[in-house]
Design a binder for this molecule. Sequence first.
Ligand code: PHE
Ligand code: FE
Length: 309
Amino acid sequence: MSIAMANEAPGAFQGTLTDKLKEQFDAGLLSGQELRPDFTIAQPVHRYTSIDHAIWRKLYERQAEMLRGRVSDEFLQGLATLGMEKDRVPDFDQLNETLMRATGWQVVAVPGLVPDEVFFEHLANRRFPASWWMRKPEQLDYLQEPDCFHDVFGHVPLLINPVFADYMEAYGKGGLKAAGLGALDMLSRLYWYTVEFGLIRTPQGLRIYGAGIVSSQGESIYSLDSASPNRIGFEVRRIMRTRYRIDTFQKTYFVIDSFEQLFDATRPDFAPLYEALRAQPTLGAGDIAEGDLVLNAGTREGWADTEDI
Ligand code: PHE
Ligand code: FE
C-alpha cells in the first residue's frame, strides 16, 4: 500500500463501532478526559508535542507546494480565508472564529471515527467532527484512520465555501434519513466519490477538491496525472451503485463541473432513488458503464485485483 490518505468509510460500520474502530477511538481518548454524549471532547491543545507540530508543518508545507495548480480555487480561498496555521496544529476554537462567521460551520474535536448517526447529526448541525490527534512520524504517507491533518487540512477549507457548506449540511440530514431507509451503503458511496475523492473541471483543467486526495501526497499526483484511473462525469445514480477502494488509490474519479451542480443534483428526495437502485447490481470500482461521460478510460495499470468495498 502506497497511498497517503486517511481513509474513512462512513456507512461501513452501521450504528455501532467495530472492535477495531472502538480500539482506535479509545486510544484517542485521554485518561480522565470527559467524552460528551455527542462523542466530542475539548481539543486537548496542551497535549500536542513538538513532534506533532513538526509533522503538521511538514505535511502542510508538502501539500501546499504539491497542490499549487492542482487543487480547486475554492479550496485555496478557504485556506487563505481561514489563515490556517502552517507551523503548528491549529487550535479549533481559533479556526471556528472565522469559520462560524463565514458559513456558520464549526470544527469539533473527537477521539476518532464516531458512529454513523452521530456523524450525520453533527453535519446536519454544521459541525465537522475532526480527530484531534496527529499521525506518527512513520505514518507520514499512509494511515488508515483519519487524523487531525486529514480532517482539518483536508476537510475544513471548503467549509468556507457557501455552496459546499450547504452540501455538507444536506448530506448530514440525508444520512439520518438514509440510515432509516437502510440505504447507507449507497449514500456512503456519494460521500466517498465527492467529499473524499472528488475532482472538479475548471477552465484551467481538472482540479482536486476531495479531502482524501488533498491530504495525500501520492494521490494528489495520481488522481490528476496518471493514465491508470477512469475519470468520469459526476452522476448521482451511477455513483450510488459504484463500489470503492479503501486500501489503494481509487480506480475511478468522478468529476463535477461546479459545486452548484453537486448541490442541485443531490437536492431531490433520494427515497425513490434508493428503492430503484436497490434492484440494480452494483458496479466495481473500475468498471465503465453504459451512459458514462468518460473523460479518461483508465489503462488499469497497477490496479489491485482484490475486492472493492
Ligand atoms: N436529497 C437527499 C435525500 O433526500 C439528501 C442529500 C443531500 C444527500 C445532499 C446527500 C447530499 O435523501
Ligand atoms: Fe475524510
